[in-house]
Design a protein around this ligand. Structure first.
Ligand code: TYD
Length: 144
């Protein structure tokens, strides 16, 4: 568990290295250089029907970088006190989502790919899937 109260203001959009080439651009993420965590898992959402909403949970320990590898979508981040909406629409920018943040992903464009780099392998125990439980968890974070 993190030993400080995580806050949406610590979830920043990071500009990734971009190698520009008339034949097509490339972005690079390498452990130990570009992210504050090492990548242990990669997953991606695609074929998302219009109007779908994903996320709707928080993680206790997981760090993630969320990238719109194609198309665009909005990520709503919420620390129990403040919320903000971040539109991701370029493959060379990623949103860092730290532990203890409720997130929802909405407004997927047609053909959008939501590419996620994660600091840990999948563990259902790391999820908080109920918003009231999340608010209680944030209160206990304040107490610790
Ligand atoms: P979930 O993280 O709830 O998806 P989203 O936030 O995009 O709506 O995951 C959906 C399902 O996929 C859930 O049953 C767990 C499973 N899953 C895995 O098995 N491994 C993974 O790495 C992830 C991210 C999800």
């Amino acid at each position: 568990m993190m030993n400080f109260v995580s806050d949406i203001h610590n979830c920043n959009v990071i500009e990734l290295t971009k190698i520009q080439n008339p034949a097509g651009n490339m972005s690079i993420i390498q452990n130990g250089e570009h992210l504050p965590f090492d990548v242990r898992r990669v997953y991606y959402l695609y074929d998302v029907p219009g109007g779908s909403e994903r996320g709707g949970h928080a993680h206790k320990d997981l760090y993630q970088l969320i990238i719109a590898a194609s198309g665009c979508f909005d990520v709503i981040i919420d620390d129990g006190k403040n919320k903000k909406i971040i539109q991701l629409n370029r493959p060379n920018f990623g949103l860092m989502v730290i532990p203890g943040i409720w997130r929802e992903i909405v407004n997927f464009s047609s053909g959008a790919i939501c590419f996620v780099l994660a600091s840990e392998k999948y563990s259902e125990d790391d999820y908080i899937r109920n918003y009231d439980e999340f608010l209680t968890y944030k209160t206990s974070e304040h107490a610790s």
